[in-house]
Write a protein that binds this ligand. Structure first.
Ligand code: HEC
Length: 142
């Protein structure tokens, strides 16, 4: 079990940091017109990454107060996530919104379980959140 958690953490946080960002940045800066929806998404993702790592640590420590702060931070960004737009597969907007809806459900359930002080349940729910991060990236991130 422990090993699986470690693998999940490495995959979910590690991979995000080694993402090639050049193409996304290039389009934004060289295109002249900055698409506000794309910019929003681009600004949101590093926060997701940091908040996820801190949430994971808090859950490991059984610190539900700290976990709740991070989970609420992620949840608060969901309305913007639903409105935002990826650079890749831009036309598959419905799919993007569908994934954002699954993301919403998973993070909402994480928040609710933390509020009930169900750390084990919250860990499982948060794994689902991270799976949705990966699903969306597989489809919409370069
Ligand atoms: C609904 C789709 C979607 C979800 C869900 C999602 N991401 Fe992303 N993420 C993207 C896209 C698209 C990009 C590429 C950014 C861009 O095009 O500006 C990205 C990029 C990133 C980056 C690289 C930084 C950047 O701006 O390029 C990180 C880090 C990241 N995501 C972390 C996360 C984490 C952690 C989660 C889950 C807690 C998550 N993302 C959930 C779509 C998503």
């Amino acid at each position: 079990m422990k090993i699986l958690v470690v693998i999940a953490v490495v995959l979910s946080t590690g991979l995000f940091f080694i993402t090639p960002k050049a193409s996304a940045h290039g389009k934004v800066s060289s295109g002249g017109t900055v698409d506000a929806q794309m910019k929003k998404l681009h600004a949101m993702m590093p926060m997701f990454s940091i908040a996820s790592a801190e949430l994971e640590t808090a859950l490991e420590k059984g610190d539900s107060a700290a976990a709740l702060v991070q989970a609420e931070k992620i949840k608060a960004a969901v309305p913007d996530l639903k409105k935002s737009k990826p650079h890749k597969n831009v036309k598959q907007r419905k799919k993007f919104v569908d994934i954002a809806i699954s993301f919403d459900e998973a993070i909402t359930s994480t928040v609710n379980l933390i509020k009930k002080d169900d750390i084990a349940g919250a860990k499982t729910a948060f794994k689902k959140v991270e799976e949705v991060c990966a699903t969306c990236h597989a489809k919409f991130r370069d």
